[in-house]
Design a protein around this ligand. Structure first.
Ligand code: NAP
Length: 253
């Protein structure tokens, strides 16, 4: 049976991805930084008849937590087929009047970058580093880094891009950095059975967006596709079906 670890899977796109992979017959390690929330999510899935799931405490910003999750999962299985680095934050603060504080390149405090990079960039790097040995035991390992089309330098330099005016230096640069991490990881794993891709779910209704956007089911389907790609599939690419509906979904870095 194939196994998958999804970080930040207690809600949103991560939870919907867990559901879809359970429906495909995977054994799912449902990552949650708060184990109570993870357990609630697994109960919800079990109530739907999807029983092959267990919650694992994993805070991607904590080396101890990631190491403990690696030991826990390694004590249960001898291979990990799929890793979905999904956990992410926007880092957007709300001011005393309830307004979002824009992440401007000129004014944003460095502490905001540190906080967001810790989750969105160092998190995937830390988790991948911890689990890569277990993944090497799988015949066709897949890593999906949940990114954003908004991390594309090319698109965000194009005035015709739909989100051209939706700037925000911290979150967007964290995803741009995650994209470059993906390129490097795919390069280092070239010539092996690994496939490593960055995938943007598109604008999706979750807590992350204040419940604005498209359905989590559609977003998760876009992520899950790259967890399931065959040996002839792509590696080292960035995909966003919302931005590029041509069938390939590939978008520029
Ligand atoms: P969400 O509903 O807010 O879910 C985010 C998940 O990440 C939650 O489970 C959260 O846990 C978890 N998380 C945050 N920090 C963590 C940490 N340090 N360790 C472990 N887990 C952590 O957001 P979402 O929309 O599903 O976002 C999932 C991914 O999609 C993110 O990487 C986001 O950047 C990306 N994305 C989303 C959109 C969109 O429109 N929604 C668009 C493009 C890309 P808690 O419940 O404990 O907070």
């Amino acid at each position: 049976m194939k196994t998958v670890l999804i970080t930040g899977a207690n809600k949103g796109i991560g939870l919907a991805s867990a559901r879809q992979l359970l429906q495909k017959g995977f054994h799912v390690f449902l990552g949650a930084r708060d184990i109570e929330n993870g357990l609630k999510a697994t109960e919800q899935l079990r109530a739907e008849g999807l029983t092959n799931v267990e919650a694992v405490r994993i805070d991607v910003t904590s080396p101890d937590s990631v190491d403990a999750a690696r030991i826990e999962i390694g004590s249960k299985v001898d291979k990990l087929d799929v890793l979905i680095n999904n956990a992410g934050i926007s880092g957007i603060d709300i001011d005393s009047e309830g307004q979002m504080v824009p992440q401007t390149a000129i004014d944003t405090d460095i502490a905001v970058y540190r906080k967001v990079y810790e989750t969105n960039l160092y998190g995937p790097a830390r988790v991948t580093k911890a689990f890569i040995d277990l993944m090497k035991n799988a015949p066709e390992p897949r890593i999906v880094n949940v990114s954003s089309s908004q991390g594309s330098l090319t698109l965000h330099s194009d005035p015709n891009y739909i989100y051209y005016d939706v700037k925000g230096v911290v979150y967007l640069s964290s995803k741009a950095a995650l994209n470059m991490y993906t390129v490097n990881l795919a390069y280092e794993l070239r010539g092996t059975a690994f496939k490593v891709n960055a995938v943007s779910p598109g604008f999706t209704s979750t807590d992350f967006t204040g419940k604005n956007g498209g359905s989590v089911e559609v977003a998760a389907k876009r992520i899950v596709k790259y967890a399931l790609i065959g040996q002839d599939g792509p590696t080292g690419k960035l995909f966003c079906e919302e931005t590029n509906p041509d069938g390939t979904g590939e978008i520029p870095w």
